[in-house]
Design a protein around this ligand. Structure first.
Ligand SMILES: C[S@@+](CC[C@H](N)C(=O)[O-])C[C@H]1O[C@@H](n2cnc3c(N)ncnc32)[C@H](O)[C@@H]1O
Length: 353
């Protein structure tokens, strides 16, 4: 088994490997949720490895390769549980239009057996996208040249798929949602003030039916358009960049992962990412008190993920100190009460090396 390196701690496991090979060794029906951004077909090339899904000859070959990933994900996900895929439409060269990547991802998942469950549209600020991508079609000056060549800032999507069957345990929020993951500055003045007032009034509130803070947060999370994602709250990647990289990794915003993890898993459950990059998916899961398993092919990204995950230990220690004095943490369902290390080792006992 070609696993180049691994780190396993009580809260997370990080593998430097090809996800298709590594998932082949994992037992079926074991992970509680998956969340990831697939390599966006040939939009970004991450490494020269032919195991890198970003290195396929063409789009058809990419979809063929990606199908193996989705098949393995289906096998290892528990019945009734979610897989969340972050993606966008892919611009073709020049005047050629867009590839409906989200549509292809949906069809692929449905063919393999997943139910298409939900879709979140994630808003991006046009000027920021124009500066970052330098796309001519998105530049203001293009208005004066020819608006037929203009295109807006494309949304990101979080596509949510459910494996058929009943989950052994429900995912419950007995007190509702208590923490908000998002950018307050993107709310209007009235909403922001309402949130701040509710936060003060409903701190540690225990009745989900009358918890107006939870209702406020839920309205944002349940919205089809996530317009309040903090685009800057991402993990650091500077050191992950290889000198030969033509583009750098695009870390997924932590707010997106946090929302999905909090919505679809109980504390202590296992969140998996087959394309863990510099570690964002596993990082956000661990910060939320879940166990994270991540696989990443590119060594420099994997090394960066190890550094980033190390930080969770400091963040969690600070949180524990705070909670031990003033708060109650989200608790795990009863049957998860055995030590987490034993449950996670059920997956990890397969020594890939
Ligand atoms: C869109 S990026 C994910 C970035 C990640 N969400 C983050 O925040 O860092 C896709 C990742 O998939 C990795 N990758 C490509 N092919 C892979 C494979 N066969 N197995 C594991 N990882 C792979 C790439 O190296 C890249 O880091």
């Amino acid at each position: 088994m070609a696993i180049k390196n691994k780190i396993i701690t009580e809260n997370y496991a990080l593998y430097n490997a090809d996800c298709i090979e590594a998932m082949g060794e994992m037992p079926e029906n074991k992970i509680d949720m998956a969340i990831y951004s697939p390599p966006f077909a040939s939009m970004y090339t991450y490494s020269s490895s032919d195991r890198d899904l970003g290195n396929c000859k063409n789009y058809a070959e990419f979809l063929e390769h990606y199908k193996y990933v989705v098949k393995e994900l289906y096998r290892i996900t528990k019945p009734g549980r979610m897989n969340c895929v972050h993606c966008m439409d892919i611009p073709k060269n020049g005047d050629m239009g867009l590839v409906d990547f989200p549509g292809d991802i949906i069809r692929l998942h449905q063919d393999i057996g997943f139910k298409f469950w939900d879709r979140k549209n994630i808003w991006k600020e046009p000027l920021r996208v124009a500066i970052r991508t330098r796309q001519r079609a998105l530049m203001h000056m293009q208005l004066a040249n020819d608006t037929l060549k203009c295109r807006g800032a494309l949304a990101d999507y979080l596509l949510i798929f459910k494996k058929p069957g009943d989950s052994e345990v429900p995912v419950k929020k007995p007190f509702g949602l208590t923490e908000y993951a998002g950018d307050l500055e993107l709310m209007n003045v009235v909403e922001k003030q309402e949130f701040l007032d509710l936060k003060e009034k409903f701190v540690n509130y225990k009745d989900d039916k009358t918890n107006k803070l939870s209702q406020f947060i839920w309205r944002r999370y349940a919205s089809s358009a996530w317009e309040d994602i903090n685009a800057q709250r991402c993990l650091s990647y500077k050191e992950a960049r290889d000198p030969e990289d033509d583009r750098h990794v695009c870390p997924l915003q932590l707010d997106i992962i946090t929302r999905a993890v909090v919505m679809y898993t109980n504390a202590g459950e296992i969140v998996f990412s087959p394309f863990n990059g510099i570690g964002s998916d596993v990082y956000a899961a661990v910060i939320e008190g879940r166990k994270g398993i991540g696989i990443e092919l590119k060594e420099s990204y994997w090394n960066q993920s190890v550094k980033n995950l190390k930080e969770t230990e400091i963040v969690k220690q600070k949180e524990d100190d705070l909670f031990s004095t003033c708060n109650e943490k989200e608790s795990s369902p009863d049957q998860l009460s055995e030590p987490a290390i034993e449950r996670i080792s059920e997956i990890m006992k397969y020594d890939y090396l």
